[in-house]
Design a protein around this ligand. Structure first.
Ligand code: HPA
Length: 250
């Protein structure tokens, strides 16, 4: 049976529709993960779910213990990891409400603990392709023709927790970024250091600062509505992915 790790992001800190059979708090050498791990079975896969921001969304992106989170998921023996994250859309090809599976990233964060290496044991992992290509493909397959999904594009990881200025978004656009979020780094590189295939499933919930219908501000009301509808689509896609993954494993 394949073990699929799912990291739930904003709006996805709970998944009550799934049948959970166990919940375990994992101690790690790096401290406490954001939440206990929920273990369940679904469509022939073992599912390990972690709420990145904690249950009830208590942790801001810069305050998350990414090293503990990834360590705990590795200990739970996941075969691969799908990390869900909300983003702002920069590319005109990505409309708010749609999904995206980036193939590249640029890290604009600072001060986050982003390696398991220490003084005297430096790690230089290859990160040319930050997301696992086969897993990205599998997510695209699970989207099928019914779900609007953009495959590829560069994810900009900003520090947060504030949203960006319009000028910052113009700079990210000039850098070639398609979407902007706050959590994929150092998550992606820690997964790489641990040898766990990792891909990011993004839900665009707003046009990035200065790009939307209202160039003056981001409207939080429509953001919440898009989040609700979008998370339902993300969950449906994941269920199809679990079914396809166990069929492939047979
Ligand atoms: N910027 C950064 N992170 C985000 C955004 C955004 O506009 N929307 C959702 N997460």
């Amino acid at each position: 049976m394949r073990s699929v790790g799912v990291i739930g992001g904003s709006g996805f800190t709970e998944w009550p529709e799934l049948d959970w059979i166990d919940e375990c708090s994992v101690a790690t050498p790096y401290g406490e993960p954001s939440s206990p791990l929920r273990i369940g079975r679904c469509k022939g896969c073992r599912i390990v779910f972690l709420a990145r921001h904690g249950h009830g969304h208590a942790l801001a992106p810069h305050a998350i213990n990414y090293r503990a989170n990834l360590w705990a998921l590795k200990q739970a023996q996941v075969d691969w990891l799908i990390a869900c994250a909300t983003v702002g859309a920069i590319s005109p090809a990505i409309s708010p409400g749609s999904l995206c599976v980036p193939d590249q990233l640029i890290d604009y964060t600072w001060g986050r603990l982003s390696s398991y290496g220490e003084a005297g044991r430096v790690v230089h992992v290859d990160f040319t392709q930050p997301f696992d290509a086969r897993l990205r493909q599998a997510i695209g397959l699970a989207a099928g023709s019914s779900t609007a999904i953009v495959e590829g594009g560069t994810y900009a990881c900003t520090q947060g927790p504030r949203l960006e200025t319009a000028a910052e978004i113009r700079r990210l656009a000039a850098d070639g970024c398609a979407v902007v979020g706050m959590t994929a780094m150092p998550e992606a590189v820690l997964a790489r250091e641990l040898g766990v295939p990792y891909a990011l499933l993004c839900l665009a919930v707003n046009a990035a600062a200065g790009l939307g219908e209202s160039v003056e501000s981001i409207d939080h009301g429509s953001l919440a509505a898009r989040m609700q509808n979008g998370i339902a689509e993300v969950k449906a896609l994941l269920l199809r992915h679990f079914a396809q993954a166990s069929a492939r494993a047979d």
